[in-house]
Ligand binder design. Structure first.
Ligand SMILES: *[C@@H]1O[C@H](CO)[C@@H](O)[C@H](O)[C@H]1NC(C)=O
Length: 343
């Protein structure tokens, strides 16, 4: 029997030994197609027998989004896409399901590093740290006119929109800082093993109205695009803060800039942007905005954990024709999706 083939449309950097182990049970092909067009051609020739793909946000720079068109051109042998990242908005999961392809992502592995980033943004915004840094780099020290006096997190209400792994890690951290944590999620969480829930469930409306700081921790998809826009911001307290470590598209950038300039929002902390790496000038030039270039999981530990989880998924795929961390849209449907004939 020929060995299963795994196509890497992304390099690996951190889990070197684990990748070597994987090479003992599968043939690893490295994608050398320079762009989408040649990738599609190569799918009909040298990638013709692949069963798994390793992808990440970087692979989209080669293949473009994994949409219905691209999926229809992929070899019939393909059954699994193991994506490196908690967010997988570059993959059309419903098109994958229709084609009998299972998709995994790397939740959990990203939680600590992303939650740490959110805490950094929350503290920085509450304390007006970007104003201080902005002035310092321009050569002036802090003065009451150039840097507004800040607030402690203690006693402030943090509203978490999206209570997955990152939301939970953030709630744990925020409580240590004395914050009162509320959340809204598609489903109310039933907290097991916890005498006291990490956060109080509230309606979306109440989340907006009560939060001193609103943190976005939900995936980007057609339901969540611009979930926070002018109307939602107007329901927030005057002087509120928004931090986003999820995806740029969940926030309406134009509405955000308006609310910042009108003073309705005191400060904004962003790790992600709608059109990365392009950031609107109004954000870059405003010292009330704390900016990071998408560094949420940019740590050795998080990157290692993410790669390791990808490899575990690929091993399970090769050995048991199953994935471990299946994307939520496909959860519980593995049998059904896998039995689908391709095209
Ligand atoms: C795909 O598998 C078939 C049947 O085993 C084989 O003849 C062909 O050479 C393989 N193609 C590639 C690109 O590996």
């Amino acid at each position: 029997m020929p060995r299963p083939q795994i196509l890497l449309v992304e390099e690996f950097y951190f889990a070197k030994k684990e990748w070597d182990d994987l090479a003992c049970i599968a043939d690893i092909l490295v994608c050398d197609s320079p762009n989408r067009e040649s990738f599609i051609q190569d799918c009909a020739s040298k990638y013709n027998n692949i069963t798994c793909i390793y992808s990440s946000w970087r692979s989209a720079e080669i293949t473009g989004v994994i949409d219905e068109e691209l999926i229809s051109k992929m070899p019939r042998s393909l059954r699994f896409i193991a994506h490196n990242g908690a967010g997988y908005d570059q993959i059309d999961v419903s098109a994958c399901s229709k084609a009998g392809i299972m998709v995994s992502h790397t939740p959990g592995a990203v939680s600590r590093a992303t939650a740490d980033t959110a805490i950094f943004l929350i503290l920085g915004c509450l304390r007006n740290f970007p104003q201080g840094e902005y002035n310092l780099r321009k050569g002036s020290w802090r003065s009451e006119t150039s840097v507004e006096i800040g607030n402690d997190p203690n006693g402030k209400t943090l509203g978490i929109l999206g209570m997955g792994g990152i939301g939970r890690s953030l709630a744990e951290r925020a409580r240590i800082f004395g914050m009162n944590v509320i959340y809204h999620n598609r489903q109310k969480i039933s907290w097991t093993n916890n005498a006291r829930p990490l956060a109080e469930y509230v309606s979306f409306e109440k989340l907006l109205a009560k939060s001193d700081v609103l943190s976005l921790n939900l995936p980007l998809n057609s339901n969540t695009r611009h979930i926070i826009s002018s109307l939602e911001i107007s329901k927030m307290k005057r002087g509120g803060i928004i931090v986003n470590t999820a995806r740029g598209g969940v926030l309406d950038t134009v509405a955000l800039i308006e609310a910042l300039e009108s003073g309705h929002l005191k400060s904004i902390g962003l790790d992600v942007f709608e059109e990365e790496p392009h950031i609107p000038r109004q954000l870059v030039e405003n010292p009330r905005v704390l900016l990071l270039p998408h560094m949420g999981t940019y740590t050795i530990e998080a990157q290692y954990d993410m790669e390791k989880l990808v490899i575990e998924n690929l091993e399970r795929a090769v050995e048991q024709a199953r994935l471990i961390t299946v994307v939520p849209e496909q959860k519980g449907q593995q049998e059904h999706i896998m039995t689908k004939r391709r095209y």
